[in-house]
Design a protein around this ligand. Structure first.
Ligand SMILES: Nc1ncnc2c1ncn2[C@@H]1O[C@H](COP(=O)(O)OP(=O)(O)OP(=O)(O)O)[C@@H](O)[C@H]1O
Ligand SMILES: [Mg+2]
Length: 222
């Protein structure tokens, strides 16, 4: 489903060289994969490359066997909208919109008609257990509820691949397990593929596959 082939993305700053170097990995369809590693090891850099938000200096990103990292920006943008879902550490929910409106947003960007967007957004919120909070704004939701709203928003367009960067980082440890259980269920139900960056042991323990990074290199895949 997702394949990174000998990816290098180097940042040069003040004579120091950082980034990711020669990383190859494969995440099969329906897999819940976790990218682990200490701060600065390259997790976010790799997620941005997999999410087509950034392009590698060397190597290729393949989605369903198609090399996509070298496509023009317009084509990458289209793929991001239609086939990828993102969950960020701070959730990035729009504060003035209700949970329902937040989840409808990516569907509206895809020009899904309003009635259908609403129906699909309600179904996604129901699926993550937030149906009764759909008219709350993010500021009126708990951290765990905001996280679930962000997952509903990422999933409503039915992406093939969901990328999540430290989705439990702003929450306490009790949230890691249940979040992974939810993502594992969604992976099984929809055949969606997840790639999650995290150093939360509860998250890593529930992964189908773990990739460990150290100083921008893949040091272990299990
Ligand atoms: N835009 C940039 N310019 C220069 N260096 C960068 C840039 N982005 C990341 N880096 C460097 O690349 C390395 C990897 O950063 P990255 O953000 O991928 O790490 P991470 O594993 O996500 O860390 P964390 O767990 O703290 O989020 C770090 O050394 C970082 O300082
Ligand atoms: Mg990071």
């Amino acid at each position: 489903m997702l394949e990174l082939r000998a990816i290098t993305r180097a940042y040069e700053l003040g004579g120091e060289r950082a980034g990711v170097f020669g990383v190859s990995l494969e995440v099969p369809k329906g897999c819940l994969a976790v990218m682990a590693g200490p701060s600065g090891s390259g997790k976010t850099t790799l997620l941005q490359l997999a999410g087509l938000l950034d392009a590698p200096d060397e190597g290729e990103v393949l989605l369903d066997g198609e090399a996509v990292s070298a496509l023009p920006e317009k084509a990458r943008c289209d793929l991001r909208l239609k086939r990828l879902g993102f969950v960020f550490q701070a959730f990035n929910l729009v504060p003035v919109l209700s949970a329902l409106e937040n989840v409808m947003l990516p569907l509206q960007l895809q020009r899904v008609p309003d009635g259908e967007a609403r129906r699909r957004a309600e179904a996604a919120l129901e699926r993550v257990g937030l149906a009764d909070r759909r008219h709350h704004r993010p500021g009126q939701l708990s951290g765990g509820q905001q996280q679930r709203a962000a997952i509903a928003r990422a999933l409503a367009p039915e992406p093939l691949l969901v990328l999540a960067d430290e989705p439990t980082a702003s929450l306490d440890h009790a949230h890691g397990g249940p979040l992974m259980d939810l993502m594992a269920e969604l992976a099984a139900e929809r055949g969606a593929t997840f790639l999650v960056a995290s150093h939360d042991p509860a998250v890593i323990a529930r992964a189908h596959r773990v990739f460990r990074l150290m100083d921008g290199r893949l040091v272990e895949a299990s």
